[in-house]
Design a protein around this ligand. Structure first.
Ligand code: PMP
Length: 397
């Protein structure tokens, strides 16, 4: 049965990680993989997470099953974090939610839910989008359509083209948007643009499907949720997938949430029952540990405050690296404008260099970035900035 199987090509980013590990260049620099790194190049466990784990070690009394939806308290705390504690959809009980194995689990279960609602609904994704969106959604059998998003010439959102393209969407189609810190481009919708997309969804009967994997890493916890909250204020239905991988640093603990907002409480409960049924037939129940940490932190005033301070420090580090990078590139006198990097959000930006130049950075300098020229800005630090800027300017000569 297995003899005829052919090896599949490796995932490009995982392949890049492996190549980096094997590279013996002492100056090598990993700007490829999408994890936050501190000034020392580590992806540390947050102090607030340590504290919550210590508490859990003492208080956790069972490893028995939870439920397909996860724990009630985790779901409640995440609703408050994402929508805001006073949001009307919370008050009206119009949200069903589930604790999921990471943001990936939320995205895949959203796709399974969409297929169950209406197999003819398409999901519209931005071009470009996070590479794993396509397999995660397509794997559930969902039809994927694309709308133009990033303008590689202007290094910004090509908003008019996006809106024009979405005119072709049909009522009942889903519109996948990045809540903040667009991966891979770092180019986000501004508030006016969120308003215009909300109007478009209302007019055409499109259902927003927001992937928010970086809440708190762009402009702030509330600021980054602007789009989600606006759409939930205005539109009757939406899906929101979130991840605690980045903002709690819980990557390997696989912690995420899927929210379904519906027209009223009864519809939300029905939609939830459909979702939990899908979950039961996929992985039955989510892993517990990461969500228990999040629930503990968000339920404790002191830990919550500490977590927010740690998150703020991460966000500010990314912002100052973006600033420093633009300053240092500009100071070389190179005749090319990189100021867009400072205006973008989250860990990623496209440098806008060719695949040959990307390969040259890797070969001559041991600098690893994704072929598309996406860099993880958080992979830089004060010590390595000059090395990187010098290499970039050299390959651009
Ligand atoms: N969405 C986007 C846009 C992402 O970048 C990521 C993580 N790279 C995820 C979702 C999901 O992450 P995870 O499954 O690790 O929580």
């Amino acid at each position: 049965m297995f003899e005829g199987l052919k090896a599949l090509p490796q995932d490009p980013i995982l392949g890049l990680m492996m190549k980096f590990r094997e590279d013996t260049n002492p100056d090598k620099l990993d700007l490829g993989v999408g994890v936050y790194k501190d000034e020392q190049g580590n992806t540390p466990i947050m102090e607030s997470v340590h504290l919550a784990e210590q508490q859990l070690l003492i208080t956790e009394s069972t490893k028995s099953y939870i439920a397909p939806a996860g724990t009630i308290l985790y779901n409640q705390r995440m609703r408050e974090l994402v929508f805001g504690a006073d949001h009307v959809v919370l008050k009206e009980g119009r949200i069903a939610s589930a604790q999921t194995p990471g943001g990936c689990g939320a995205l895949r279960m959203a796709a399974e839910f969409i297929q169950g609602c209406n197999a003819d609904s398409a999901v519209w994704v931005s071009t470009p989008t996070w590479a794993n969106h396509i397999p995660l959604l397509g794997g559930a059998g969902v039809t994927i359509k694309e709308y133009p998003y990033y303008d590689y010439e202007q290094n910004n959102v090509q908003f008019d083209a996006m809106l024009a393209s979405l005119e072709a969407a049909s009522a009942g189609d889903f519109l996948l948007l990045h809540g903040c810190c667009h991966n891979p481009s770092g180019a986000d919708l501004n508030q006016e643009q969120w308003q215009a997309v909300t109007e478009l969804c209302a007019r055409k009967g499109l259902i927003p499907f927001i992937d928010m994997a970086y809440q708190g890493l762009g402009s702030g916890l509330d600021e980054d949720a602007y789009g989600v909250r606006l759409m939930a204020d205005t539109l009757p239905e939406m899906l929101v997938a979130t991840s605690c991988s980045k903002n709690f640093g819980l990557y390997r603990e696989r912690t995420g949430t899927l929210f379904i907002v519906a027209g009223n409480a009864e519809q939300a409960a029905n939609a939830g029952s459909q979702l939990f049924n899908k979950i039961r037939s996929h992985y039955s129940m989510p892993p517990s540990h990461g969500a228990a940490i999040v629930e503990t932190i968000l339920s404790d005033t002191g830990m919550n405050q500490q977590w927010q301070e740690e998150l703020q420090a991460m966000r500010q580090r990314i912002q100052s690296l973006r600033k420093m990078l633009v300053q240092k590139i500009t100071a070389t006198g190179i005749d090319r404008d990189f100021s867009f990097i400072e205006q973008q959000f989250g860990m990623f930006s496209f440098l806008g260099i060719t695949p040959q130049q990307v390969a040259q950075l890797q070969r001559d300098y041991g600098i690893y970035i994704v072929d598309s020229s996406r860099v993880n800005v958080a992979g830089l630090n004060d010590d390595r900035m000059d090395y990187f800027v010098n290499a970039l300017v050299e390959v651009l000569r």
